[in-house]
Design a protein around this ligand. Sequence first.
Ligand code: G16
Length: 542
Amino acid sequence: MIETIATQPYDDQKPGTSGLRKKVAHFKKPHYAANFVQAIFDAAGSSDGASLVIGGDGRFYNREVILTAIRMAAANGYGRVIVGRDGILSTPAASHLIRKRGASGGIILSASHNPGGPKGDFGIKYNIANGGPAPEAVTEAIFEKTQTISRYRVWTETAPNISHVGETRLGDMVVEVVDPVADYAELMETLFDFGKIRELIASGFTLRFDAMHAVTGPYAREIIENRLGAPAGTVINGEPKEDFGGGHPDPNAVHAAGLIDQLMAPDGPDFGAASDGDGDRNLIVGKGILVTPSDSLAILAANAHLAPGYAKGIVGIARSMPTSQAADRVAKQRGVALYETPTGWKFFGTLLDAGKVTICGEESAGTGSDHVREKDGLWAVLLWLNILAERRESVKAVVEGHWAEFGRTFYQRHDYEEIDARAARGLMESLHDRLASMAGQRFGTLVVSEADDFSYKDPIDGSVATGQGVRIVFSGGSRIVYRLSGTGTKGATLRVYIERYEPDPAKHARQTKEALAELIDTADVIGEIKKRTGRSDPDVIT
Ligand code: G16
């Protein structure tokens, strides 16, 4: 039976860069999650008989919200929900399921790389029928619905057990519980030469995959250990935990420091990788070398043709604006298009659907292709392994070879976390006010050639996104970009992205910090970071 529950709007349910993210305690406020789910259903339009995919990264509160969402889907006219066993689906696996099963969309419960547990973060994200994150027009419509909501509908009976694969019913709706890994693993086998990678591993190539106690553990064990023959124990921290084992499931130099240390040891493995809370981010590290996400994108784009799924070559590359311009040089040399989009995977969807690009990537450890409509952590790891299996060179040799051919782009992102939101807004406004007078100004040896606030017109659907980050470009092409994160849950996070191109191979071995020293100092001078935030150093450098 359908029950209609009276509720009242919350004024803070505006989705950020990737869905709605808040502290668990915030999500536990009366009707908070249900309001948002109903707003999704109302904004998504007709659900009559449609299929909906539901899953999450297994974090604390995942199961409760999934069971509520199932009961609400039954009361809102869906014909079928497809849910991962125990509520588990990595973000790329959910994207694949939506596409494969022709679902009208999907609800993904995750706060990605943010910490989990009762004191951690939770999140709800809606993906549309192409498998990708809802575009701005849809997230705006969801937000509008949250502002006027007065009731939500829920099926009165409890939801069926989601711990066993199979089909049951809730009212007129079928509840189909699926193995979260099977379809995804099958897709990976169509893209990569598993035989070649198996041979590489059998020849003594050693690797380690850190699943950070997050959702990728079961996927990595099945693919890397069972299907590719890596020895048991290759996947570490492979049990998904509600609080990620107390860790911060963000595969970067700070939170995956243990893995990186292993790879820096002379007797360490040949290849290391990690993924985040919901399995869409990746970290790639070779023996003695950490690969930046921006370099990884460029290298994957330059070598993708070595994997069977991309043997015909790529048609284009898209990167988010703050991602380094290393991929642009690959696109130019290969004669394929390069698109520069705002931060957020949702901006790649139209380009992928229109067949304009094959590979996309972001500095925030995301890379992916047209196989799904999300970034995909394990996909990046498997493409790297396929490339290494073909080239039979070390990661270091591949990276240095790439720099020798295309030049090196030194790159760092500095994050100032949980700063006062007003101070952060003031900093951005001040930059904005000074943009018009910036060109021609000199800072040490650096001369500003252009300064703007990035805006983007989607070449496919014509939609416009403004205020996407302040860019200061210097003659010679070096850049400093300032923007506020759209994924944090406390205060504001200022991100400062710094890059410099170095064509001369004799200078490629320099330390990044050294190569960027003048730009790093200048970033503080122009951004007035210390003065406005009181912080003298970033919390995280990636
Ligand atoms: C999300 C988005 C990415 C974005 C990242 C960082 O990733 O999907 O497209 O690059 O956030 O965004 P921000 O700089 O606004 O914090 P994830 O892995 O958190 O879903």
